[in-house]
Design a protein around this ligand. Structure first.
Ligand SMILES: [Zn+2]
Ligand SMILES: [Zn+2]
Length: 188
């Protein structure tokens, strides 16, 4: 019976797939992985994330350990989003650490752990995308702000308070009404 892979085959040419064939399976062996890849879709949260296709800079290393490969390093990416208070655009740069262990197929770790808790090599290949998503998404604020003390929007007119003159208020009475109320006062 042909071997049935548990996963759909990974494409070794995919930018978020790492090839370990040239990494000796000897603990301590190291390979640097430095690449710039386009960001996959939906890499982020509702209000902020890495734009689809924006350049992700991966500065990683793969290290052979006794039961698999440890991938670690830094991911740098541009961020775009919207301030949760004033709704103005935010652009920023994200630098996040990434560290994930991938067990060799048929290793003791492979046989004794759940696939949800420990990553797996698929043949010689590593699918980096799930770990990358976790690292990026977990580092993002669910309510991003353009700056810590962003005062938000005027509740009356919806204009960002930053863009309004100091002392902006909606309590001003129309001058004609002001005149009328003066007349009323003098009648009393
Ligand atoms: Zn703001
Ligand atoms: Zn206002």
């Amino acid at each position: 019976m042909p071997h049935q892979p548990q996963h759909p085959h990974l494409d070794p040419r995919s930018p978020l797939v790492l090839e370990t064939r040239d990494l000796p399976r000897r603990p301590g062996a190291l390979h640097a992985v430095q690449r710039k890849v386009p960001a996959p879709k939906d890499l982020g949260l509702e209000l902020i994330g890495v734009p689809h296709g924006a350049e992700l800079d991966l500065q990683l290393r793969m290290e052979s350990v006794s039961e698999g490969v440890l991938v670690s390093g830094i991911v740098t990416a541009p961020l775009a989003g919207e301030c949760g208070r004033c709704l103005r655009p935010i652009s920023d740069t994200l630098d996040v650490p990434l560290q994930e262990f991938y067990a060799y197929e048929h290793s003791t770790t492979d046989e004794t752990t759940d696939e949800d808790e420990v990553g797996r090599l698929q043949g010689d290949l590593i699918d980096l995308e799930p770990a990358l998503r976790d690292s990026v998404v977990l580092s993002l604020a669910a309510n991003p702000v353009c700056r810590e003390d962003c005062p938000g929007l005027c509740p009356e007119c919806g204009v960002p308070i930053d863009e309004l003159p100091a002392g902006h208020t909606h309590e001003q009475v129309d001058p004609r009404w002001a005149a009328l109320s003066q007349i009323k006062t003098s009648e009393e």
